[in-house]
Design a protein around this ligand. Sequence first.
Ligand SMILES: NC(=O)c1ccc[n+]([C@@H]2O[C@H](COP(=O)([O-])OP(=O)(O)OC[C@H]3O[C@@H](n4cnc5c(N)ncnc54)[C@H](OP(=O)(O)O)[C@@H]3O)[C@@H](O)[C@H]2O)c1
Length: 302
Amino acid sequence: MATRRVRYPIAVVGAGALGRLFAAGLARVGPVVLVARDAQRAAALAQGYTWVTLEGARRVRPPVAHPGALPEADWVVLVVKGPDTAAAARLAGRMRPKGVLSLQNGLVEATLRRALPGLHAAQGVTTEGAYREGERVVWAGRGETLVPPGFEPIAQALAQAGFRARVEPSIHEARLKKLLVNLVINPLTALARVENGRVAEPPLDALARRLIAEALPVLRGEGLELTPREAEALVFGVARDTARNRSSMLQDVLAGRPTELETLTGAFVALAERRGLEVPTHRAVYALLQAWEQARGLGDDA
Ligand SMILES: NC(=O)c1ccc[n+]([C@@H]2O[C@H](COP(=O)([O-])OP(=O)(O)OC[C@H]3O[C@@H](n4cnc5c(N)ncnc54)[C@H](OP(=O)(O)O)[C@@H]3O)[C@@H](O)[C@H]2O)c1
């Protein structure tokens, strides 16, 4: 007789910076399971980890699982990096969930749909800021998490756990705004090896304006109603508000890790192509970063 698997209300797939942050908070208010990439990583995490907030550090020990010992879950929050999306989504599907919510950056919905046919899967937006320092996770900046309609239980659980989270009816627009910001700040900071604030200053601001101008017609075709002035205010506002931060793409480049280039600029360039629109500056930064990844054996072609 088959043994019945444990079923959790929420599972978090991807035990990195965001995954550890959300799991630590959610574990304070209800059952949650954190799913690691493999048994070895799960065993290390099962010892617990340190969650550093502005109020101080605390030790947390949410239940941990891995692909070889997978519980079921009503809802899955997916927080892996772009290149790992398909594999992690398939793993999420094995948990027999009602829905899978990605809080990743970039454009991943098409990958989710391919990996999870027939399942309720969508992408939200989070501006939480977290990074890892060894086994510790540091909650570096309090942000907001917007989830699509249909994922109310996840928004409620996150809000109960103390995160700013809500259902956003215009989630598509929120996603496109975040995409615009990431399309400009991530590649420029990664290529120039500078913190976010430098994108709003000469000489990078001119290149940023060019990327914004090329992106707008494509994003407008997807439904984003922003004037060039509003788009620049958005991107430069985020760059200034996070002036001392290192973007995730810069951190990946500095650490010699694969970046989220394909789900970000790569997916955007493909979108522009489908719409018959020219985005030469995006193509240029794409080629430069692709070349960097390939030279290090990190890219898709490696
Ligand atoms: N960190 C932030 O502040 C922040 C803010 C907003 C949005 N985001 C977005 O959120 C996503 C996650 O970012 P992050 O900073 O949390 O990344 P991260 O620290 O690299 O964490 C990703 C985690 O996913 C794990 N993973 C990869 N493939 C997996 C699989 N098949 N099954 C289970 N786990 C798997 C990785 O395992 P290994 O450790 O073994 O590689 C890693 O622990 C990205 O799209 C990022 O752009 C991040």
